[in-house]
Each structure stands twice: as C-alpha cells, then as structure tokens.
Design a protein around this ligand. Structure first.
Ligand code: G3H
Ligand code: 13P
Ligand code: ZN
Length: 311
C-alpha cells in the first residue's frame, strides 16, 4: 500500500469498460468516507485536491491525512492536484508529496496552453510525477447558448492529438458537454460521444478524463431540500452516460458535487432531527458514512471499478 501515480491504473483501465473514480477531498471525514468506500469495493481510487481545498485545509494536512488513510485501509492512492492554475502550484505539489498534478491551461490559446503544459510535464516527469492537462472548455449552462455555440468550445480531436504529441502529457481532460457543479444541462442532457470516439481514435494510448461528471443524485438534493435546503432544479450527468464514456478512453471520472451533496444532506437531516445535539461527531459520523455508501455506489454501479486493486 502506497501513494502511487495513475500510470498503471490508467494503463489497465484504458482498454476496458471501467474507469477510476477521482473524488475531491477537503477534510478528514471526506477522505475517510471515500477511502472506506474504496476499501469496501477493493477499488483503485484517486483523491484530488483543488487550490481551494489546499487553502481551506492547509496543504500539509491533506497530504498527511491521505497517508494515514492509506495505512488505515491498505488501499493505494493517487494523490492529484485538481485544476492547477499555474506552474508554481504544480511545482509545489510535485515537491510536496503529490503523485499527479493537473495543469489547467484550458482558458489560454492553444499554443500558450501547450507551452505551460510542457513546462509542467518537464518538471513533473523529472520527479516521477504524472500530469493531466485540459484542452477545450467545459460548457456552462448560460442562457441563450445553443448546442452549436456550446460545442464550439468542445475539444477539437485534431488539436488533442497535436497537443498530446507535443507536450508528452500523461492524460487529457476533454470537453464534450459536462460542466462543474449541480446545474449541468438545460433540458435534455447531451454529451458529444461522436467527438469522444474521434479523440480516442486519434490518441488511443492517452487516458481521457471527464470533469464535471457528478450525476447530482436526486436522492441527496431531495434530502437537502426536505431538511431546510433550497437547492433549485439541479441536473447532472446521467449514470448511463458515464458508463458509456468509460468505453471510449475515459479512465478518470471527476466527482465532487455528489460528495458535497451526500455529506450536506446527512448533516441537514441529523441536525434537523436532533436540534438538541451539538457534538460534531454526531453529525459528521453519519455524513462520512453517507459518503462511503455514495462512493461504493459509484464504484460498483457506475464506474465498474470494484476489485481493481487486485488487477
Ligand atoms: O472542479 C472543481 C472542484 O469541484 C473543486 O471545487 O475549487 O470549490 O474546491 P473547489
Ligand atoms: P462535479 O462538479 O461534476 O462533481 O465535477 C468535479 C470536477 O470536475 C473536479 O475537477
Ligand atoms: Zn474539474
């Protein structure tokens, strides 16, 4: 059991019909909840840390908590920086225990994104750390943006091929219609699978990454709202679409919103039903257990990655 890179797990997932869950972590209960889910399913897992999570928890805490979770569960972990905005944050993570970093240059023009990614790849590879980059922009659900305008920002397959060849990046996040947060689609969910297939055909050896892949499970939204929440009309990526994506090169599926919802629903429920309690363990305990169940469901029923620790 150890902190490992995603190289081996992606190599095995690439030509299979399963994907590895990459869950965002911010504190001890979230890390424990996810890791206990991975342990129960004997599954490979990626724990990812955003800049916001590093700021909230302070960098050293999350690394040490993840190390503790590996000792406790016996499950290997790839510890990944999510959406690194510049070279400096990637370098800091490479130098301080992360085994994988994302450099997110997707907001820059192609050549700038490429140069920035190459700079991070050169530094990280030298230290045995793998790199994820992003090409194309994840769609929002802004008013007045029709399907054509939306897809204009999706990943261009030929560009993806050139980008991977020139940067030597280990994995590539693609924009095919998902977006971050709880509100992903107006109307019927749509992912551009033809585009995904084309990208996978051109770069068959490159593991692809799906950001914004939460399903925004209705049971959690409803539970939040039943206990005082006011989350309006949330809509995520249907589970069938995630399963489908895993067949076309998607090896890493990013999930944060579903973790947040599972946790918050349980805390709301507990505090509403026990207004006299004020011991944080009493509401964080059930919240942690809810994360474990949600993660088990993802691994077993959506990502199809149960048992992958043994592969
Ligand atoms: O894609 C972003 C993740 O959901 C992390 O969100 O920046 O609020 O930690 P955050
Ligand atoms: P969700 O908001 O759909 O959970 O996406 C998370 C993500 O992409 C983290 O990088
Ligand atoms: Zn993301």
């Amino acid at each position: 059991m150890a902190l490992i890179t995603s190289k081996d797990m992606f190599a095995k997932a690439l030509n299979s019909d399963y994907a590895i869950g990459a869950f965002n972590v911010n504190n001890m209960e979230i890390i424990q909840g996810i890791m206990e889910g991975a342990q129960a399913e004997n599954a490979r897992v990626i724990l990812q840390v955003s800049a916001g999570a590093r700021k909230y928890a302070k960098p050293a805490y999350l690394v040490k908590l993840v190390e503790a979770a590996i000792i406790d569960t016996g499950i290997d972990v790839c510890l990944h920086l999510d959406h690194g905005a510049d070279f400096e944050i990637c370098k800091d993570c490479v130098d301080n225990g992360f085994t994988s970093v994302m450099i997110d240059g997707s907001k820059y023009p192609f050549e700038e994104n490429l140069a920035l990614t190459k700079q991070v790849v050169d530094y990280a590879h030298d230290k045995g750390v793998v790199v994820e980059a992003e090409l194309g922009k994840l769609a929002g659900i802004e008013d007045d943006v029709n399907v054509d305008a939306r897809s204009a920002t999706f990943t261009d397959p030929a560009e993806a091929q050139e980008f991977v060849e020139r940067t030597g990046v280990d994995s590539l996040a693609v924009a095919i219609g998902t977006s971050h947060g709880a509100y992903k689609f107006k109307g019927t969910p749509y992912l551009d699978f033809e585009r995904l297939k084309e990208i996978h055909k051109l770069i068959p050896d490159t593991p692809l990454v799906l950001h914004g892949a939460s399903t925004v499970l209705p049971e959690f939204v409803e539970k939040c709202n039943q206990y005082g929440g006011k989350i309006p009309g949330a809509q995520g990526v249907p589970e069938d679409m995630i399963k489908e994506a895993a067949k076309y090169g998607v090896c890493k599926v990013n999930i944060d919103t579903d973790v947040r919802l599972a946790m918050t629903a349980e805390i709301r429920k507990y505090l509403t039903e026990h207004p006299e309690d004020f011991d944080p363990r009493l509401y964080l305990g059930p919240a942690r257990a809810a994360i474990t169940e949600m993660v088990r469901h993802k691994i077993r029923d959506v990502l199809n990655s149960s048992g992958t620790m043994a592969l």
